[in-house]
Design a protein. Structure first.
Length: 476
């Protein structure tokens, strides 16, 4: 395939004051509409963390987990709207990473984008391993590594075809997920308020049984936040798509506002219904697909194939989230190359506007997933996942700090605004730091902080070496 290198890669980095071209100088094409961008955002953020993993947060906070998800929705709304405001002002490759380079210094743009890349590719590997397990539910005699490899290949092909093909796939995936979630909410409401033959209405007793609404006290809400916030990771993909939107200001504005509202409603309502339908102690201790509260709800209204139906939905959720994560990771690596902070060949795009090399580099998580599925070295993946958790929080902090500097500079266009501006962003910084502070009490977050801090130090050293290499190249 013929390839081209973005002109901006030659002309300078995102840390300069000159605005990056928004009309394709990076080689990317503008073909995403606002509805597609909304579905891409939902596809990335509405994943297995809700459909299958909400039990972990409920295990920490009990029924009060619904409060944790409400607070998480507010915090991610601040982060998402801050990113969107910067993206509409400058719809350029690299989005919040390029903004960090411009407003905080080139080092910040480097660290922000590589941190998000690490979080995305590792999470991508996790989604693909999960998808392999869901396929194994139907064909248990087949090796999981075979299914993992097939899912990985499907995700790679979708991302390499064109951004339009990627967007269409995400629309289909996200539509299926949202439909399943709405169906669960409707069925759960019937079971709670009215009941069905053989299953009387559960009412609201489960919210206060087994130790009360907040069995672990106020502290449990705080301690569960590290689990809750990772479930919201993915809204960042919307501002990343700004560089490939046909009308970036309108599309990012519409998509982000709708996304943060729907994510908040979906998560809070769904988790609230989960702890209303079931004793929270049962949800926290449940293992396996058939123990999923979604499966139980469909089974209660006489759907004998509930486990199979939900398995298909969770499989689609994993595919959708993994698809969007590879897209975001590839685009950020491409933007680093455009800004001369990564090897130049990673800035090349195909005639369809796909950053081929950057996307292939970002399949590292897929290769790792296939290896882990074959060898079963789960403890290594747990350590890598801790890097992902810490890395995305570093990205959020840098994005909010960039936004505060962005507002101070008055670099706005009026398309979208974070209510409260710098004050709200500062509160958001405090919120992210509060979540990171759970490392003092939660073992998994302590590990995340230790390994993640080491990763950030590695990035800072790599940046210094990159800058020194560019300086030598200029003087030679």
């Amino acid at each position: 395939m013929d390839q081209q290198v973005g002109a901006h890669a030659v002309e300078g980095s995102a840390s300069t004051d000159a605005p990056a071209s928004s009309e394709g100088s990076s080689g990317l094409t503008r073909s995403l509409g606002h509805r597609t961008m909304l579905m891409i955002g939902l596809g990335s953020a509405l994943g297995t963390g809700l459909f299958f993993g909400s039990g972990a947060a409920i295990g920490v906070a009990g029924p009060a987990a619904v409060v944790s998800y409400a607070l998480g929705a507010l915090l991610i709304a601040v982060i998402g709207l801050a990113m969107a405001e910067m993206a509409t002002a400058r719809p350029e490759p690299g989005s919040f990473g390029a903004a960090a380079g411009r407003y905080l210094g080139e080092w910040a743009g480097y660290v922000s984008r590589w941190c998000y890349w690490a979080a995305s590719v590792i999470a991508l590997g996790g989604e693909v391993v999960a998808a392999g397990a869901y396929l194994q539910y139907w064909w248990p005699q087949t090796s999981r590594s075979v299914f993992v490899a097939l899912v990985a290949l499907a995700i790679i092909v979708i991302n390499l075809l064109s951004v339009r093909a990627f967007g269409r796939a995400e629309v289909v995936f996200s539509t299926l997920k949202v439909t399943a979630l709405v169906a669960f909410i409707l069925v759960a409401l019937v079971l709670v308020l009215f009941g069905v033959p053989g299953h009387p209405a559960t009412g609201f007793a489960h919210l206060t049984d087994h130790g009360g609404f907040m069995p672990g006290g106020m502290e449990s809400i705080w301690l569960s936040m590290s689990i809750v916030m990772f479930a919201f990771v993915g809204v960042e993909v919307v501002p990343i798509t700004a560089a490939e939107a046909d009308d970036p200001r309108r599309s990012v504005r519409t998509a982000m506002r709708a996304l943060v509202a729907r994510l908040g409603l979906f998560y809070v309502i769904a988790v609230g219904l989960i702890v209303t339908l079931n004793a929270w102690t049962d949800v926290a201790s449940a293992k396996g697909l058939t123990a999923s509260p979604f499966v139980k709800a469909f089974d209660a209204v006489g759907l004998p194939a509930a486990a199979g139906i939900m398995n298909a939905v969770i499989l689609v959720a994993a595919l959708s989230t993994g698809n969007a994560q590879l897209y975001g990771a590839g685009r950020l690596v491409h933007s680093l190359a455009v800004d001369r902070l990564a090897p130049r060949f990673l800035a090349r795009t195909t005639l369809r506007g796909v950053p081929l090399a950057a996307t292939l580099v970002s399949t590292f998580g897929l290769v790792l997933a296939i290896y882990l599925a074959q060898t079963g070295v789960a403890d290594i993946f747990t350590k890598l996942a801790s890097i992902a958790i810490f890395s995305v929080m570093v990205t959020w902090l840098l994005a909010l700090a960039s936004f505060i500097a962005f507002k101070r500079r008055g670099d706005v266009d009026g398309s979208v605004h974070l209510p409260g501006g710098r004050v709200t962003a500062a509160i958001g910084v405090g919120g992210v730091l509060a979540v990171m502070a759970t490392a003092f009490e939660v073992d998994d977050m302590r590990q995340a902080a230790l390994i993640g801090s080491g990763w950030v130090l590695v990035l800072l050293v790599a940046y210094l070496l990159t800058r020194a290499g560019r300086a030598r190249a200029r003087t030679s």
